[in-house]
Design a protein around this ligand. Structure first.
Ligand SMILES: [Zn+2]
Length: 423
């Protein structure tokens, strides 16, 4: 067990490296690692690797060899720093993704300038999640500077492609045994859930396409054909009028935030039917229509029942219209994950939050998925949470920022958690 004096020293060391931490977070924001397509990954992995090396980590650069998105134009490069303690275990792995979504419209500041103003770091990726990654690195450094002799070991990784599913990032590390239950005990992902919230897991995601088929005919005599768009409208009506009210009656016991996401949801991402607009229009009945759906399901629902419900809905629509023909194709399935609330990892972070803020930490779960899915399901590590600075509402928004006070406070919490778990 760490002594109170040790913990005090660690907190003072976070303060001492605070300016470097802020400057490093800004440095990361200034590298426009926009995904898609995955720009500047080599440069960003290099900067993170150099910093880890300078701070005494053994650094490995890991390319996602074999992944189709790992191309000469856009190589997928991850970086892992390791600091060996007296023993290999327990091992705490801190992981942050360094890709960011495109800046989009509506900014009043340069999204890639790394502007620091009024106690905030602005820029795309400042909250989600370059501040968190920088905080993890400097939390580890503060522990070293405080002279804490680690009994276990520590890893910090910067990985790619979280915003596009993470298969070349954390997914690749997990699939190739670099991040595995056989060597890793705890994983903290500093996604921006805020200084006083620890995120235990996330809901599931099921993306699927429905294609409806019709029979084309001259648009002046539509009664001679069968419109695939009419068929799709049956599906859309059933989703809105039957499925959505059913979903609204279910509620998960997981502490998902915001409240509305305690219930399962479905969104129609897009509908594509009939002729495209590019070649102009001809008078034809649409013989094909496709819609893409995003169904977020609860841990209590499970995937099998979620999919069966969609099939039943389509079958009902088919039974009501003799000409109705459809195909259902799964695009993506992410199962819900949840770390046990009484896990030592959760206790360590909660205790650290109380020490740093004086208040208690709220346990939350995420409406959307993040790299925890790979840690839990591919790597098999049972104790994984998201904890990091910045506000979730800031993620993917114009004028995204992370408050510098939050950045320092989260680094303190992570540093204390490191000491508690592997110190
Ligand atoms: Zn993120």
């Amino acid at each position: 067990m760490p002594t109170p004096q040790q913990l005090d020293r660690v907190l003072r060391e976070v303060e001492a490296v605070g300016d470097q931490l802020v400057e490093f977070a800004a440095t990361l924001v200034r590298i426009p690692t926009v995904n898609p397509p995955g720009d500047h990954y080599v440069e960003c992995a290099g900067v993170i690797g150099q910093r880890l090396t300078a701070l005494g980590f053994e650094v490995e650069r890991i390319e996602a060899t074999g992944r189709p998105e790992h191309t000469a134009a856009h190589p997928r490069v991850n970086v892992v720093g390791r600091r060996e303690g007296r023993a290999a275990r327990p091992l705490l792995h801190l992981n942050g993704h360094f890709d960011v979504v495109p800046a989009g419209e509506g900014w009043t500041v340069d999204p890639f300038a790394g502007l620091i103003r009024d106690g905030r770091l602005y820029g795309r990726g400042s909250a989600d999640m370059k501040a968190g990654l920088a905080a993890a690195i400097y939390a580890a450094d503060a522990v070293r500077r405080a002279g804490v002799d680690l009994t276990g070991s520590l890893e910090v990784s910067g990985t790619v492609d979280e915003e596009s599913g993470g298969l070349a990032g954390v997914g690749w590390l997990a699939e190739h045994g670099r991040l595995a239950a056989s060597r890793t005990d705890f994983v903290i992902i500093p996604e921006p859930f805020g200084v006083d919230r620890v995120c235990l897991g996330h809901r599931g995601a099921y993306w699927f396409d429905v294609v409806t088929h019709g029979r084309t005919a001259h648009g002046s005599m539509p009664f001679l054909g069968e419109s695939a768009i009419d068929a799709m409208s049956r599906v859309l009506d059933a989703v809105r009028d039957e499925l959505t009210p059913q979903l609204a009656e279910r509620e998960t016991a997981m502490p998902v935030v915001p409240d509305g996401a305690r219930r399962p949801t479905i969104n129609v991402n897009g509908v594509f039917g009939g002729q495209g607009d590019a070649a102009g229009q001809t008078p034809c009945v649409a013989d094909r229509c496709r819609a893409t759906f995003d169904r977020r399901f609860l841990i209590e629902e499970g995937f099998e029942a979620t999919r069966a419900e969609v099939v039943a809905l389509l079958e009902r629509a088919a039974s009501q219209a003799p000409a109705f023909r459809y195909e259902l194709a799964d695009r993506l399935v992410v199962h819900p994950v949840q770390t046990a609330a009484d896990a030592p990892l959760v206790a360590a972070i909660e205790a650290a939050v109380t020490e740093v803020t004086g208040g208690s930490a709220a346990r939350v779960a995420s409406p959307g998925t993040y790299d925890q899915k790979h840690v839990a399901r591919l790597a098999g590590v049972e104790q994984c949470v998201a904890y990091g600075p910045g506000a979730l509402e800031m993620a993917h928004q114009p004028d995204e920022y992370c408050a510098l006070d939050d950045l320092i406070a989260a680094a303190k919490v992570m540093a204390l958690a490191i000491v508690r778990l592997v110190g």
